[in-house]
Design a protein around this ligand. Structure first.
Ligand SMILES: [Zn+2]
Ligand SMILES: [Zn+2]
Length: 393
């Protein structure tokens, strides 16, 4: 039965069926649970996700891990497929630059207004045809980003395919002065931190890293609550803790509700409350944060904790298999493909189509991340689920 199986496992099985040489890591997890460090070894990746919230977090993960990436999507009702290409650099646009405050709010971001239109998780309509159309756009750009083919990638551009009207458009994304995805995460040098720094106090960590009261701390993906209010007595506090770690009201002991979540804050504002807590109150293995000096913002630095190891399932030795790829177009650099590790975030209708297109190539490694299981309503638009259901039945 395909229904009920994790989509990451369905994708893994497919890759292994058509390709025995590639190392595979299939992870069933929500993107918010994954620290940026585990993506740092990837040469390029694709975000194949419907949810604005997951796309937003995925963008920050790749900016922090400095992984060039493609964000792909479809509007199946309109026969539109889209792919947006980002080099994960401080001075180039990404898919979030054009988002409105409303879109950020729908992504679950705290934009200082009530999240009236938060996503319901019901998912958007899709079809196999549109999944494959967007997958083809994204696959070409991924191959170009990694240098696996001779074409140059269309960095900072959005590509749109309108199958109904027969139009293909490519246009340059405007670069927002202050993209909500915080490109400073992709700026400056990377300082690797010792794992023991997670046990040190936040105050000690920040002073080791050279943060002063006016330094901005930019957290990669997890937000801290900068303002919370007690639902019982109305007392407000600035706990500067993750929402999951909110403690009870200091005045009356009742529940605190988060009013303002931030990923960018001035260290001097948070220090009086959290300097003595362990750094693990904010960070986990593989996490990262940028420090931006108030006086010289151009001199930002990213500090990164070593990531937990990823479980790579090794592929078979590569002996004499090149023969099988003799019919690939001449522009495909097979030797280069053998050295590349790629990531696909999302193995739903779009990710599955992309994995179907990429799986036969003998990558060195493929990382696949998805949090969901296959549901009956997915099968009609999910290329791998439809195929495996047929094989099982
Ligand atoms: Zn951006
Ligand atoms: Zn209270």
């Amino acid at each position: 039965m395909i229904v009920g199986r994790p989509k990451a496992a369905v994708a893994r099985d497919h890759v292994r069926r058509v390709n025995r040489w590639t190392d595979i890591a299939a992870v069933q997890a929500d993107l918010e649970e994954l620290p940026p460090g585990i993506f740092a070894g990837l040469d390029a990746a694709v975000l194949a996700l419907d949810s604005l919230g997951a796309r937003f977090i995925g963008t920050r993960l790749f900016l922090t891990a400095r992984v060039p990436h493609v964000d792909a999507g479809v509007l199946a009702d309109h026969w539109h497929a889209r792919a947006t290409v980002s080099a994960a650099v401080p001075d180039g646009a990404c898919q979030v630059d054009t988002w409105s405050g409303t879109q950020l709010a729908r992504a679950g971001e705290d934009v200082g207004m009530p999240c009236v239109a938060a996503e319901t998780g019901a998912g958007a309509p899709s079809t196999l045809a549109m999944g494959h159309a967007a997958a083809a756009l994204a696959a070409h750009e991924l191959l170009a980003l990694t240098g696996a083919i001779a074409d140059g990638p269309r960095i900072g551009e959005e590509l749109r395919l309108d199958l109904r009207r027969g139009r293909y458009d490519a246009f340059r994304l405007p670069l927002a002065a202050a993209c909500a995805a915080d490109h400073v995460l992709a700026a400056g040098r990377v300082e690797r931190l010792d794992p023991s720094c997670l046990q040190a106090s936040l105050g000690a960590l920040m002073s080791t890293c050279g943060a002063g009261a006016d330094t901005s701390v930019v957290l990669a993906t997890r937000a801290v609550v900068a303002l919370a209010v007690c639902e019982a007595c109305g007392e407000s506090t600035g706990p500067y803790l993750l929402a999951s770690a909110l403690e009870t009201c200091p005045a009356c002991g009742m529940r605190l509700a988060s009013l303002r979540r931030v990923r960018r804050l001035r260290w001097g504002e948070a220090a009086p409350t959290v300097a003595r807590r362990a750094a693990s109150a904010w960070f986990r293995a593989g996490d990262a944060f940028a420090l931006v000096p108030a006086t010289e913002p151009a001199r930002a630095t990213l500090f990164a904790f070593p990531p937990p190891p990823l479980q790579w399932e090794p592929g078979a030795p590569w002996d004499g298999a090149a023969e099988r790829f003799a019919r690939l177009p001449k522009s495909f650099d097979l030797r280069r493909i053998r050295t590349l590790r790629i990531g696909v975030l999302g193995a739903g209708h779009l990710g599955a189509a992309l994995i179907e297109q990429l799986a036969p190539l003998p990558w060195q490694g493929m990382l696949i991340v998805d949090r969901d299981v296959v549901e009956a309503r997915n099968v009609a638009s999910h290329s791998l689920a439809a195929r495996q259901e047929e094989a099982a039945g």
